[in-house]
Design a protein around this ligand. Structure first.
Ligand code: ACO
Length: 428
């Protein structure tokens, strides 16, 4: 591979360095191009722009490969647990037994949140979307741990913030749901493991016993693993950019939660179920909705289809599809929405519009279905995604800080008015 590239502009040739990643990905480094030529590059939506060198996640959208720190998503989903994967993603290596036990122990001893956070929660109307509540509660940690604002803290202090986030996010998420229901919050139960504790805080009530279904807890743990990182997606890029200004870890993660919320990103899992319900209420005519999705004058898109990076298949969707079948069978769930989903999927996979544009079901198409089968309410789906993505956001923030990356600040091509004189009110 050549180690330089040439760009010719206005009759002058500029030589630019070429870098290669460990999986053979090649990039032209344009960092100094403007200072040499006065010219910038433009790429709305960053469709072909790398923002960083990262050692966390590798994905190949053409081949449908996803690996965290070199381990395939298939192997991790089958053999690992969410907290083990979290450790791997954040610290770079699989933990040994002692390290993992210590990590888990630390997390279960920080699950409780400051009582005053309940007052903040009480201020939200029950109609508040839980993603907005989650983001606000994460930001509120900056107030309870003001020392976290210091960008030059020791790695031990940063590690404590990381543990607090991993420990408290399930508490915040479950409490956001309780607020919506108008129910009293449930305190964490540190005897339970990560997902079981979350499920108890979500579905348990102080007035009766709640037994966590191990099938549900296991399926949820696997779902969290599948969402744990996905390199430079919209929310992760947001976390890195916010963190690049030396905003605190909590502020950066809170921004990531907001970026994830949108229906084109993590919010798609909620949008998928709403779409399926809409199709069902409309009589279940999938052909009609397929036609709407293809009509360029109609804003409707088939939610859960298409991906910026995966153009062949989404490896996470493959695992989730199987998990969804297993869980539905084990729990004996018979959901008419599922038939509509299967119908849409079959039609889309053979429809030339979708085939030509390489639009395949993405992770959110099936995750919505499985969350529904697990009894998770629709507006909590994106919150579940946030719980899963947390270790990825943390690892990416940590890597960005440890690499001493500069502040994220894109340029633009200005296309507005040229300089003009102010026009007084009388002459307008
Ligand atoms: N339904 C119908 N048409 C679609 C869809 C869809 N879901 N997705 C893309 N297209 C069409 C576009 O209209 C465009 O057609 P054109 O070439 O004729 O103009 C073409 O496919 C390419 O689409 P883009 O929007 O340019 O692709 P981009 O990479 O910018 O967007 C995205 C990717 C946002 C995921 C898009 O496919 C989409 O909106 N999907 C639905 C929402 C969704 O499921 N999001 C979750 C993504 S996974 C995640 O974030 C975890």
């Amino acid at each position: 591979m050549s180690n330089s590239a040439e760009i010719k502009i206005n009759g002058k040739t500029y030589e630019l360095p070429v870098i290669e990643g460990s999986e053979g990905e090649v990039a032209i480094d344009i960092g100094k191009f403007r200072s040499q030529s006065g010219v910038i590059t433009i790429d709305p939506g960053f469709k072909n722009t790398g923002s960083t060198k990262s050692a966390i996640t590798f994905l190949d959208g053409e081949k449908g490969i996803l690996r965290y720190r070199g381990y395939t998503i298939e192997e991790l989903a089958e053999k690992s647990s969410f907290l083990e994967v979290s450790y791997l993603i954040i610290y770079g290596e699989l933990p040994d037994q002692k390290t993992l036990e210590h990590f888990k122990n630390e997390i279960s001893h920080h699950t409780l949140v400051h009582e005053d956070i309940k007052k903040i929660l009480d201020g939200f109307p029950s109609a508040a979307h839980p993603m907005g509540v989650l983001s606000s509660l994460v930001t509120s940690l900056t107030a309870f741990y003001p020392e976290s604002l210091d960008p030059n803290r020791s790695s031990d202090e940063v590690d404590l913030s990381i543990i607090r986030l991993l420990a408290k996010l399930p508490t915040f998420a479950a409490w956001a749901f309780k607020n919506e229901m108008g129910h009293p919050v449930m305190y964490p139960d540190n005897k339970l493991d990560y997902t079981a504790n979350f499920l108890k805080m979500m579905f348990g009530l102080p007035v009766e016993d709640y037994e966590v279904d191990p099938v549900v807890a296991k399926a949820l743990d696997q779902l969290l693993i599948l969402h744990a990182d996905h390199e430079q997606n919209c929310s992760t890029a947001t976390v890195r950019v916010v963190g690049s200004s030396h905003a605190s870890l909590y502020a950066s993660i809170s921004a990531g939660v907001c970026a994830l919320w949108g229906p084109l990103h993590g919010g798609a899992n909620q949008a998928v179920i709403e779409m399926l319900e809409q199709i069902q209420a409309d009589g279940g005519d999938t052909a009609k909705w397929m036609a709407k999705a293809k009509d360029k004058n109609d804003p409707f898109r088939l939610m859960g289809f298409g991906h910026r990076v995966y153009k062949n298949f989404d490896p996470r969707a493959k695992i989730i599809k199987k998990a969804a079948d297993d869980v539905l069978a084990k729990l004996g769930v018979n959901d008419p929405i599922l038939d509509i989903a299967k119908g849409l999927e079959e039609e889309a996979l053979r429809d030339p519009y979708f085939v030509e544009r390489k639009l395949y079901p993405n992770v959110d198409f099936y995750s919505g279905i499985i969350y529904r089968a697990l009894g998770i309410p629709t507006e909590m789906f994106t919150v579940m995604f946030a719980l899963g993505r947390l270790p990825g956001w943390i690892a990416q923030w940590k890597e960005m800080r440890e690499n001493g990356e500069p502040i994220g600040r894109p340029r633009q091509v200005y296309v507005g008015s040229n300089e003009r004189n102010y026009v007084s009110m009388d002459n307008r």
